[in-house]
Write a new protein. Structure first.
Length: 431
């Protein structure tokens, strides 16, 4: 294993307001255990991540949306506090887009992959991703971008109802607008109403044919790339459980080789000459084709699933080695390994137990036990984040339960009067 340049610290950048992002904790622990000084910029310093023994210092963003100009000034101030150049690793799409746009003005302060300033923004844009897939011949759900409300209604009927509607640039959604990044559209009128919110959303509305979910349909690829789109480390995995149940983020994921997913990811990265970390979401259709649904130009929350069991190499360690001029060693795979986000896995398991008959043990369970389980929160050498997360979740759950008990009307099971929220792209959808 190559030795790390521990004189070069890391600054983790997360602009999203979720204080329970376990991917941030995974990056803190991975880099800190390698002897690297870890700093983090977050929207709220009150979350469990701040309890990690491996975090050197945390910086809290000013409240409210942060434009690129103020963020540039903030990052320069943080750089002065760190006192030497640092590897900058964004952990959400907004952060990745901002870091790429500001990279030229951060030279000498931060180390970032050399790539076009607009590339992360284009890849995170759902409309641009659909065009890229068409250009490369990669499977992608049929997608329409209506120019007016009538076109939205007509496209909804043509694509087939129900369908998925999403905003092309979800990071632009104002928190106060009450809009979700994706919505399940059931009628032509739903499509019309959504189009009427385009100005408030800040980006174009996309209508996309819905691919049915189910067992073995949702897959992901995580990787780190360098010059020429060469893969330093990467792997494909399958979503075993999600929260909310049947939707949302990966509660339990399994490392499983999938040649179709891996070929698509490598082809895409090579075409783009992509450099840095990416997280791709795929869905398998009824014909066995894997459709690319989402391109996240940063680490995914479950990136620690893909860790070399002997060296500990993962995507954030590989990026640090590459940007500091060190050799990135060959990474051995560990197919069958599991990733479990304890809080979401528990909620998903409880919901499934009430909604379904007990399922048979998934294939590969014994193999996963041999390969080990990567837990999002618990670590024997760093227990405080797990304890803080557990306490916060219990407190939040009791508070929400009491609030719903006071405010939920008896007829709350009635059909919704507006489009039903769906899940982030790449997650299973409700039948």
């Amino acid at each position: 294993m190559s030795s790390f340049d521990t004189d070069v610290p890391v600054l983790l950048l997360r602009l999203d307001t979720n204080p329970f992002h376990h991917g941030t904790l995974g990056a803190v622990r991975s880099l800190g255990r390698a002897g690297i000084e870890v700093h983090a910029v977050v929207a709220s310093a009150r979350g469990p991540v701040g309890r990690s023994r491996y975090l050197h210092r945390m910086y809290e963003l000013p409240p409210g949306p942060v434009a690129h100009g103020p963020l540039l000034d903030f990052l320069r101030t943080v750089s002065e506090g760190i006192g030497r150049p640092a590897v900058l690793i964004p952990l959400d799409d907004r952060g990745a887009i901002a870091a790429a746009r500001l990279a030229g003005r951060l030279l000498g302060r931060y180390l970032l992959p050399a790539q076009p300033a607009d590339l992360p923004e284009r890849l995170a844009d759902k409309a641009e991703l659909a065009l890229l897939c068409r250009e490369l011949g990669l499977p992608h759900p049929a997608t329409a971008v209506p120019a007016d409300a009538q076109q939205a209604a007509d496209a909804a009927e043509e694509l087939g109802l129900p369908l998925v509607a999403k905003w092309s640039r979800p990071w632009l959604l104002p928190p106060s607008a009450g809009l979700r990044s994706t919505t399940l559209v059931r009628t032509r009128d739903d499509a019309r109403r959504l189009y009427g919110l385009t100005e408030r959303a800040g980006s174009a509305l996309l209508l996309q044919r819905r691919l049915a979910g189910g067992p073995d349909t949702d897959w992901f690829f995580h990787g780190c790339f360098t010059r020429g789109g060469a893969c330093l480390i990467g792997g494909s995995g399958r979503k075993e459980r999600a929260w909310p149940r049947g939707t949302g983020l990966t509660a339990v994921g399994r490392w499983l080789p999938n040649p179709q997913v891996e070929r698509a990811a490598l082809r895409l990265a090579g075409h783009l000459d992509y450099r840095g970390i990416l997280d791709l979401d795929f869905r398998r259709d009824a014909h066995g084709r894997y459709h690319l649904l989402d391109f996240n130009p940063r680490p995914g929350a479950q990136f620690r699933l893909f860790t070399d069991p002997s060296s500990g190499l993962d995507v954030v360690r590989a990026l640090h080695l590459d940007l500091t001029g060190r050799t990135v060693p060959f990474a051995r795979g560990a197919p069958g390994r599991l990733f479990r986000a304890e809080n979401y896995a528990l909620l998903s398991a409880v919901a499934t137990a009430f909604a379904e008959r007990p399922a048979a043990r998934p294939p590969g369970t014994a193999r996963a036990r041999r390969q080990g389980v990567e837990r999002a929160w618990f670590a024997a050498d760093d227990p405080l984040p797990f304890l803080a997360m557990t306490g916060s979740w219990l407190h939040s759950g009791l508070r929400k339960g009491a609030h719903r008990g006071r405010t939920t009307p008896p007829d709350s099971a009635a059909l919704p009067s507006r489009p039903e929220p769906a899940q982030p792209l790449g997650a299973p959808q409700r039948p």
